[in-house]
Write a protein that binds this ligand. Structure first.
Ligand code: HEM
Ligand SMILES: [Ca+2]
Length: 251
């Protein structure tokens, strides 16, 4: 399959970069060190401004999302999702973040790297009906307050199945999940060879019960038998502006 690597435009547009294939995603989960609470309050307060400035500096190279996990996760307090046309630009941003006040006082718990691709299975050609269902579904819930990131890896048996067999199982995956698009926004990154996982699945929702039911419905399909990693870590966080995340951590 031909790789589609879009050129980096002059300006990064959220709505565009988040829908294009060939865009890299870097997820970095951080845990604040105990020493963070000993950083003078003034410095902690200005940390939000510092991160805001860093994001502004890199705004033509990367799209930055920052999420709060403190209180919901053990091994992290916050995490970044960086979307970039050029992976090296995401690296530069994360490298510079490490020298900010928050960055210096936090340890990386997990990093996941992936790239977006055109649909492999539920495309117009291969699965027209489900594809139509996918494109016509619209999110109608309230603005999502929650984010969930789940890395998924499949075994050799899966990858050795014929494309037709895999298509069949992905249709079985898609059929019961379409209805959830009213309450759940989804995004998929491919990681095989770039990381120790095959996929990074990313979701936004305001209805965690619906998400729980969605996950259960996928636990019941045959595809699930091929999973050798599902989560580990599953990361649940809340959605805020980057500034608000740092402010919450500085309290
Ligand atoms: C809103 C509900 C969901 C819908 C509508 C949905 C739909 C889809 C579709 C259409 C594909 C195929 C993409 C392609 O053609 O390349 C896909 C792939 C995938 N989905 Fe879902 N999905 C949903 C929820 C989930 C959940 C909760 C998980 C679990 C973490 C999940 C994990 C995956 C994975 C790992 C793949 C890639 C599988 C592969 O290429 O082998 N999905 N999904
Ligand atoms: Ca990794």
């Amino acid at each position: 399959q031909q790789a589609m690597q879009p050129m980096q435009p002059m300006k990064i547009e959220r709505g565009t970069i988040l829908t294009q294939p060939g865009v890299f995603g870097v997820f970095t989960m951080f845990k604040l060190r105990p020493d963070w609470s000993k950083v003078p309050a003034m410095e902690r307060k200005s940390a939000a401004e510092e991160v805001k400035k860093l994001i502004e500096k890199h705004k033509d190279n990367v799209l930055v999302d920052l999420y709060l996990t403190r209180g919901l996760e053990t091994n992290s307090d916050f995490f970044f999702r960086i979307n970039a046309y050029d992976l090296a630009k995401a690296q530069t941003f994360m490298r510079e973040f490490r020298s900010t006040t928050v960055g210096k006082n936090a340890d990386v718990f997990e990093t996941l790297v992936g790239v977006t691709k055109p649909l492999n299975y539920i495309s117009k050609d291969k699965s027209p009906e489900l594809n139509a269902g996918l494109s016509s579904a619209t999110y109608s819930g309230p603005a999502p307050r929650y984010v969930i990131v789940i890395p998924v890896k499949k075994n050799a048996e899966w990858w050795n199945m014929s494309p037709e067999e895999r298509l069949k199982e992905m249709e079985v995956h898609t059929t019961p999940t379409l209805a959830y698009l009213a309450n759940v926004k989804r995004k998929l990154y491919h990681s095989t060879g770039l990381d120790d996982t095959d996929f990074i699945t990313y979701f936004e929702t305001d209805d965690l019960t619906a998400f729980n039911n969605l996950a259960l419905s996928l636990a019941q399909v045959k595809e699930n038998k091929f999973h050798v990693r599902w989560g580990s870590p599953t990361t649940l966080g809340t959605i805020h502006s980057p500034e608000d995340v740092i402010k919450a951590l500085a309290e």
